[in-house]
Design a protein around this ligand. Structure first.
Ligand code: RTP
Length: 147
């Protein structure tokens, strides 16, 4: 089953958007396989965004991601990489459609509240980076076994 890496960035955490953001993915039906609240080291931020290291905004991006705690999330489900990106919306909130997370919750590209892996290959790399301990076995049980 396909998996993706989602991260609520420091501005999303500080603006108390953890619950409304998580709600959108879980209500859609994706399965939670990892969830943690952590402060990001400079080296982890630089490794995560290594393919953007030549961009003029790279330094500001690393500073932003390390400016406060983030929520690291591993999700699983059918087509979750592409569908997750649709739920998130375009990188620049000025171009993100209303109804998407970025379209609804932010204005600036440098403060765009959330990250989502852009391909299945990136997702596997990022999940290995952020969840080196591995993911949680979270096979859903039938509701009849709970209630
Ligand atoms: P992300 O990796 O965070 O999900 O974002 P993305 O794929 O939609 O966009 P990407 O091009 O990979 O850029 C990564 C993050 O860098 C910041 N950014 N700032 N100042 C700028 O022009 C600029 N452009 C990109 C954003 O935080 C973007 O999400």
């Amino acid at each position: 089953m396909e998996r993706t890496y989602i991260m609520i960035k420091p501005d999303g955490v500080q603006r108390n958007l953890i619950a409304p953001i998580l709600e959108r993915f879980l209500a859609k039906g994706y399965i939670l396989r990892g969830l943690k609240f952590l402060t990001v080291s400079k080296s982890l931020a630089e490794t995560h965004y290594a393919d953007l290291s030549s961009k003029p905004f790279f330094g500001a991006l690393v500073e932003y991601i390390t400016s406060g705690p983030v929520v690291a999330i591993a999700l699983e489900g059918k087509d979750v990489v592409a569908q997750g990106r649709k739920i998130i919306g375009a990188t620049n909130p000025a171009a993100s459609a209303p109804g998407t997370i970025r379209g609804d919750f932010c204005i600036e590209v440098g403060r765009n509240v959330i990250h989502g892996s852009d391909s299945v290959e990136s997702a596997e790399r990022e999940l290995g980076l952020w969840f080196p301990e591995g993911l949680v076995d979270n096979t859903p049980v039938l509701l009849s076994q709970i209630y």
